[in-house]
Ligand binder design. Structure first.
Ligand code: NAP
Ligand code: HSE
Length: 442
């Protein structure tokens, strides 16, 4: 056991999460000390704007704009990087490692873009890089995947990885509220990223899916090549139609592995999830991750995926693990238990599934026949059709579901459908999630 009696913590970024971590360390100081045998003391934090009013007030000695002075401070043992962004966060993380400091982060964008480099640097400098808060906020999914389920390989990992979009979809679905109205509420609750497009366009969920895919399969999937869609095109009408199909529309990340060729598909998109899946019933700001392991079967974790306290809870959990490494009470866990480079990305032709399609069309004879022909040209077979008249227009909403097809054929069919005469708006297309889909079907 080390002689250290106090572990000093420096925090880069004193916003929603940074202040939450300070509060939890201060409020739980004595119980943490009794568990760990050392005290965990937050000492300094860095921000951009010193004049901003903050929920947790620090003295002028404790708050600085000089981020580098924190990572270079010889009295600080562990850094919490809670500022977000990529370039400066990367630079400061690598500098902290070089100074022999362990780092805890919630920064999924940074890990997605530079995980390989950062993990290697941490290993080289013999320090810990802990990132539980980077995926699914307060849910301990990283530890579960890396440590608890080490006896498994994973044919399917899927779930809701973005709390803000789930909060918006839930309120739209349950209250018939408008997208803009609910987005305003999400902002005031501190759920939304500074760059809102990260939440609304599926990019934040994609960052998290990349991290989970790496932990499950040992391969970094380039985000540029991933199919990523957000929630902006989901209407109250779609949410209602999904209910009639006994599904809910959720923004999900899906990671599937085909063990016959070790091809892995990773994607983020809105999908109709059958109501008997726990993920379909995971509402509000909650995230849910369903992991199917070869030994354990399916395990589902749900909980708060965003917000101050849940996210800070994961950061504090990581700090405790790091302290146990410092004091010699626990060895650092290896990042991966799988053989890296065994898997490679699946192609769009391999990724199979059924689709939900909504078209706004002129209400005239032959319209449905044209649509059916556009689909059958790509060998896409229709499973169900329903039509409703639009109010105040001589138009109809045509809602179709398809039998299983592949993503490539569906993309070709969509190119044709959107150019058909009488199709009045860009078609809306969502996947229908099948938890029992084989191979790479999504
Ligand atoms: P936030 O409220 O916007 O706080 C960011 C903090 O970083 C602010 O204090 C800001 O300073 C500071 N900062 C930003 N750029 C800086 C710079 N160049 N130099 C010095 N300080 C700088 O963000 P957050 O919600 O706490 O998120 C922090 C991280 O946690 C992000 O990586 C985010 O993706 C991740 N995360 C957040 C949540 C959540 O629910 N909020 C959940 C999971 C993960 P000022 O205060 O002066 O502007
Ligand atoms: N904006 C993110 C979300 C924060 O809504 O899930 C948690 O990563």
């Amino acid at each position: 056991m080390s002689e250290k009696k106090v572990i000093r913590i420096g925090i880069l970024g004193f916003g929603t999460v940074g202040q939450g971590v300070w509060k939890q360390l201060t409020e739980n100081a004595s119980s943490l000390e009794s568990i760990l045998g050392v005290s965990l003391k937050p000492v300094r934090a860095a921000v951009q704007d010193l004049s901003k009013a903050r929920e947790v007030e620090l003295t002028t000695d404790q708050l600085t704009t000089d981020t580098q002075s924190i990572v270079d401070d010889p009295d600080i043992d562990v850094i919490c990087e809670l500022m977000g962004g990529v370039d400066l966060a990367r630079e400061l993380t690598l500098r902290a490692f070089a100074n022999g400091k362990h780092v805890v982060t919630a920064n999924k964008a940074l890990i997605c873009d530079h995980g390989q480099e950062i993990f290697e640097a941490a290993e080289k400098e013999n320090v810990r890089y802990a990132f539980e808060a980077s995926v699914a906020g307060g849910i301990p999914i990283i530890k579960v995947l890396r440590e608890c389920l080490v006896a498994n390989e994973f044919p399917l990992v899927y779930g809701i990885l973005n709390g803000t979009s789930n909060y918006i979809l839930t309120r739209m679905e349950q209250e018939g509220a408008s997208f803009d109205e609910v987005l305003d509420d999400a902002r005031s609750l501190g759920y939304v990223e500074a760059d809102e497009a990260l939440d609304l366009d599926g990019v934040d969920a994609a960052h998290k899916a990349v991290i989970l895919a790496y932990l499950a399969h040992g391969v970094w999937f380039p985000i540029e090549n991933m199919p990523i869609e957000g929630i902006r095109r989901i209407s109250n009408e779609d949410l209602k139609a999904a209910r009639e199909l006994n599904c809910k529309i959720k923004l999900i990340g899906v990671i599937r592995r085909n063990f016959s060729n070790n091809h892995v598909s990773v994607g983020v998109h809105p999908a109709l999830v059958p109501m008997d899946e726990i993920i379909a019933r995971t509402d509000g700001v909650y995230n849910g991750v369903s992991i199917t392991g070869t030994a354990v079967g399916t395990t589902v974790l749900t909980g708060r995926g965003a917000g101050q306290d849940p996210t800070a809870s994961s950061v504090v959990g990581d700090l405790v693990d790091i302290v146990k490494t410092i004091t010699g009470d626990a060895p650092p866990p290896k990042l991966l238990h799988v053989t890296p480079d065994q898997c490679s990305p699946a192609t769009a032709q391999e990724v199979k599934g059924s689709f939900y399609l909504r078209l706004t069309v002129d209400d005239r004879p032959g319209q449905l026949a044209q649509v059916a022909e556009g689909l059958s040209d790509q060998e896409v077979s229709i499973a169900t059709v329903s039509q409703a008249l639009k109010e105040c227009r001589n138009a109809a909403s045509l809602i179709l579901t398809t039998h299983e097809t592949n993503e490539h054929s569906m993309a070709l069919a969509m190119e044709k459908l959107e150019k058909l005469p009488g199709v009045l708006e860009a078609p809306v297309l969502f996947r229908m999630f099948d938890p029992n889909g084989k191979d790479n079907s999504q």
